[in-house]
Design a protein around this ligand. Structure first.
Ligand code: HSE
Length: 429
């Protein structure tokens, strides 16, 4: 039996999950691959804190773990992009395989990291960075490698999906649902990353890299979160036959451009992705040969993330034993660019609060018409003397720039109140 030494840098919720799940997984990995993984070093921020869950005493300096000759593979679970990059760099220099769940590191500094790893031939593994327990990066690297990808879409933030599900099904308010997601170990330490769409944006960038060999500049990806979603929108969407999900879209536009975005999006209630609830994630891929493929599974939480980390550790350990190189990393392409945000064409949902007076609906509809935006459906609940009423429109496909012009004109009408809520609509394959 080959024994491979593991060093753990960072040991919060995900690290504790990995330690808890390792013994049982080790039996299976030994049986299937003839390898045993042994934790031989742990570095944490505060080693003086009592941690009965750790199998050995932790140190405070991660460099000791990386330098320890008994440690052959390093798992980084500290998060962020500065210290984690330094750890990755040290592992690459020491030629120790580097395993991470850190999507921010890959999305924001992936270009540098991949260049370093490729130059030195020292492998990096990051399956756990996208969609928790769903092995979607391996599917892209292996099972779908012969496919030209016509597009990808996904629910890739478990916390947001949990919140939207609780709002739709239990009528929970946003902050109660967020607290539940935190208590269940789904949310990031800084939960703004989840609810403001940044975590999903990071994962979308990594999916884009694997699918198209193009890592978009993270700051240029349009990213919106779910804070502006009210229970009113959830209910109007339902009446129109849709559900609201925080959706990542990645789709080529011509041969050298790509659209990548994260936004709360109305999906048809009959689409399989609409029934992905709670902290579950789903990724849909459309291959030219495979046709549409959808993966669904737990996207957040220590057990699901451990599944991906342990798969990477097993692969890294097997490659070490076989003296094989790690997985081929995509060579980031310099030819591709992101489309300009305003050039995006799509369908939209618009909720506009207006004074309940004759002629207002006609004025608003007239502005959409003057921008050549067709209306698919309209909802207006009875005002019952409340003074204002919501007008809800589902619109036909239009350039984002036309929609923005129309909404700006509508918001200037004397009878319009408050900012409009605009959401994407995707009918999906
Ligand atoms: N906070 C993340 C989520 C965890 O909610 O999806 C996994 O990346």
């Amino acid at each position: 039996m080959n024994k491979i030494g593991i060093g753990l840098v960072g040991c919060g919720t995900v690290g504790s999950g990995l330690i808890r799940n390792l013994p049982k997984a080790n039996g299976l990995i030994a049986q299937r691959l003839g390898i045993q993984l042994e934790i031989r070093g742990i570095a944490v921020k505060d080693p003086s804190k009592t941690r009965p869950d750790l199998p050995l005493p932790a140190v405070g300096d991660w460099k000791k773990v990386v330098a320890d000759p008994a440690v052959q593979i390093v798992v980084e679970l500290v998060g962020g992009t500065s210290e984690s990059f330094a750890i990755a760099e040290a592992c690459i220099q020491a030629r120790k395989p580097f395993v991470t769940a850190n999507k921010a590191l890959l999305a924001e500094r992936g270009q540098e990291l991949i260049a370093l790893a490729q130059k030195s031939g020292s492998p990096i593994y990051f399956e756990a960075s996208v969609a928790g327990g769903i092995p979607v990066l391996k599917a892209l690297r292996e099972g779908l490698v012969a496919n030209q990808l016509l597009g990808l879409h996904g629910i890739i933030n478990g916390t947001s999906n949990y919140i939207l599900t609780r709002m739709a099904e239990a009528g929970s308010d946003f902050s109660t649902a967020l607290k539940e997601a935190k208590d269940l170990g789904y949310a990031e330490a800084d939960d703004r990353l989840d609810v403001d769409g940044i975590d999903a944006g990071h994962k979308a960038a990594i999916l884009c890299l694997l699918a198209y060999g193009f890592l978009p500049k993270f700051s240029e990806i349009p990213v919106e979160g779910i804070r502006q979603i009210s229970s009113q929108d959830v209910s109007f969407a339902h009446q129109l036959g849709y559900v609201i999900k925080l959706l990542a879209m990645i789709k080529p536009v011509g041969s050298e451009q790509i659209e990548v975005r994260v936004a709360p999006t109305l999906l048809p209630a009959r689409h399989p992705m609409a029934s992905v609830h709670g902290a579950f994630n789903a990724v849909g891929l459309i291959g030219n040969l495979s046709g549409p493929v959808q993966f669904t599974g737990r996207g957040a939480g220590p057990d699901a993330t451990s599944s991906a980390l342990l798969a990477d550790l097993a692969e890294a350990a097997k490659n070490l034993c076989d003296k094989a190189p790690g997985p081929a990393l995509p060579k980031p392409s310099s030819k591709m660019t992101l489309i300009e945000k305003d050039a995006s064409v799509g369908r939209f949902y618009a909720r506009i609060e207006v004074e309940d007076r004759p002629g207002v609906l006609a004025q608003v509809a007239g502005i959409f018409g003057s921008e050549k935006i067709g209306i698919s459906s309209v909802l207006q609940p009875e005002g019952r003397g409340a003074g204002s009423v919501p007008l809800v429109f589902l619109l036909e496909p239009a350039p984002l720039s036309s929609l923005q012009r129309a909404i700006a004109s509508i918001c200037k009408l004397p009878n319009t109140r408050a900012p409009a809520t605009i959401l994407r609509v995707e009918d999906l394959l």
